[in-house]
Design a protein around this ligand. Structure first.
Ligand code: G3H
Length: 542
């Protein structure tokens, strides 16, 4: 039970009340995994997947079991890696040496097959990580858009590389080539989109891939396994399941992973990197933690600031790496801001993912509600209060968003990345408070500044662009549009992931060069005319 508008209500439901369209006809008991182009049957241990959604039944309120997936041991994990290593064949494999246009065709074919699975994947997203119907659809559609934008970006890149350069008597053709085997590990909060924003560029550049899916966030990839198998040559995509602690160290320790694409904590990323016997051979593309601050200046338009801060702090319950995770509000306007913000938080619709217009849903990761309650309790000990009615109430996996004020540096919530619906608000008198916070922070992803005084904002932009990688003005922090560079400083990221930057991240420049003389010119002309090479080619992709 939680209190909403002064009433105690239960946010869960009975099985009969679930709209027909959103029911799972039967549990998704995954017994296959993709290895070397084959969907192999799994006979070993499995992990049960519990949805964060609870159902009222005769025996009380119980979590729904939505399926199971394989729990690999080291042996199967290494077998999947070997399949990727064999398919890459030290750069001599079919996929790595294929022409760019042929790889594009395969990725287009995959996108076509993926589209057919939209309803299934969206429904599992809703049950597995409790993303609202609207946001689950958005995640799927945005991923398909990302694929077609990636194809366009690669065509552009290839067009530029389809010509020769002649400098200082040397003739050369410079292109981008794959790195090798990529281990792709996406996060639980965007298990489809963020996995694919590394997977697709890695694939299209000619790498072979091992996907280790997140927990939660595994089952929703199951309907796509056939599409992977049918669209790509054997061994180009392989899937690994189970506990990260069991299945990933052997992969890294083998020294056969050439690039690690990981979205998660810097602690886990460090430990994975250290397990590689030759870390200098490992390319890292990492999206890590962040604690993006919002700074509300005295000149801010309060209604607009509240609107954007609400989106920034609580979209998908605040479970976004780009979420605003701490708000600094000038003391002159703090009371008014708090009043408007607390009212706006309490007006958000709380419910289940299929409820029309729902904004706050149950939390996907086990143990999260207790963690948030502990953060609130700790803040109380040091003088803060929850300023919105019902804030911090818990009903199983629901956590009623808590606006915590006044927050100071003695509280855990001031420092820790909460990744959920607790919103710390710090009053400030002098801008040195938020600036020092940002300078001394371990994170450096983004910041949002709210205000209407151009000089004050300009004074903040110049120092802040050197602290973070995106300064948002009167707008929440966010990753999109995907053509913009998405990266961070310090413990927040390694590498950059816009559509076009990702193509660079998963490839290396390599070239063919020759001294310009009649013999070489005629040799190159022969190779081109008779289309003897996929690399040395002036084909222009339209
Ligand atoms: O979890 C981090 C995501 O990349 C955030 O993406 O800003 O589009 O929600 P978003």
């Amino acid at each position: 039970m939680v209190i909403i508008q002064n009433q105690e209500v239960s946010l869960f439901t009975t099985a009969d009340e679930i709209p027909e369209k959103f029911r799972l006809p039967s549990p998704i008991n995954q017994r296959e995994y993709l290895i070397g182009g084959e969907l192999r049957h799994w006979e070993g241990e499995v992990e049960k997947v519990f949805s964060p959604i609870h159902i009222h039944s005769g025996s009380g309120l119980t979590p729904v079991v939505i399926g199971e997936f394989p729990l690999f041991t080291e042996e199967e994990s290494l077998a999947c890696l070997q399949a990727a290593v064999d398919a890459y064949d030290r750069g001599r494999g079919l996929w790595a040496t294929m022409s760019v246009s042929q790889r594009i065709e395969r990725v287009q074919d995959f996108a076509y097959r993926m589209k057919a699975k939209r309803d299934e994947v969206v429904k599992i997203l809703m049950w597995e990580i409790c993303k609202s119907y609207a946001d689950s659809q958005k995640e799927f559609d945005r991923t398909l858009d990302y694929i077609s934008d990636t194809i366009d970006a690669l065509k552009n890149l290839d067009r530029v590389s389809s010509r020769f350069e002649i400098t200082g008597g040397v003739i050369g053709q410079i292109r981008r080539a794959p790195l090798g085997v990529v281990l792709c590990m996406g996060p639980s909060n965007y298990p489809l989109n963020e996995t694919f924003t590394t997977l697709i560029p890695a694939l299209i550049m000619g790498n072979t891939v091992v996907i280790k899916s997140p927990r939660p966030g595994t089952l929703l990839l199951y309907p796509l396994l056939e599409a992977f198998r049918d669209a790509f040559p054997p061994g180009v995509v392989n899937t690994v399941y189970g506990s990260g602690r069991t299945v990933t160290p052997p992969l890294m320790m083998s020294g056969q992973v050439d690039a690690l694409a990981f979205i998660g904590s810097s602690r886990a990323a460090n430990s994975l990197e250290k397990q590689h016997p030759q870390p200098h051979r490992l390319r890292l593309i990492l999206g890590l933690e962040a604690k993006n601050p919002g700074v509300i200046l005295p000149s801010a338009d309060l209604e607009l600031s509240v609107r954007e801060c609400l989106l920034g702090t609580l979209s998908y319950n605040g479970q976004r790496c780009t979420a605003l995770k701490i708000l600094f509000v000038h003391r002159q306007i703090a009371d008014k801001f708090l009043e408007l913000f607390a009212a706006a938080v309490n007006a958000l619709k709380i419910g289940l993912p299929w409820d029309e217009g729902v904004q706050i849903t149950p939390l996907g990761e086990p143990g999260k509600t207790q963690y948030f309650s502990d953060l609130v309790e700790d803040a109380r000990k040091f003088g803060a209060e929850v300023v919105n009615t019902g804030g911090g109430e818990v009903d199983k996996t629901f956590f009623h968003p808590a606006v915590v004020y006044p927050v100071n540096e003695r509280m855990r919530i001031y420092h820790e990345e909460q990744f959920g619906p607790v919103i710390p608000i710090v009053p400030y008198d002098d801008l040195s408070t938020p600036i020092d916070y940002i300078v001394n922070s371990n994170y450096g992803q983004q910041v949002s500044i709210f205000g209407e005084d151009g000089s004050a904002i300009a004074d903040l932009i110049d120092p802040l662009v050197n602290q973070v990688c995106r300064v948002n003005i009167n707008s929440q922090c966010q990753r999109g549009p995907d053509s913009f560079p998405f990266t961070g400083r310090k413990d927040s990221a390694v590498g950059t992931l816009s559509v076009s930057d990702a193509l660079r991240s998963f490839s290396i420049r390599t070239l063919v060069a020759a001294k310009e003389n009649p013999a070489n010119t005629s040799l190159i002309t022969e190779i081109l005319r008779e289309r003897k090479s996929n690399f040395l080619s002036t084909d222009f992709i339209l």
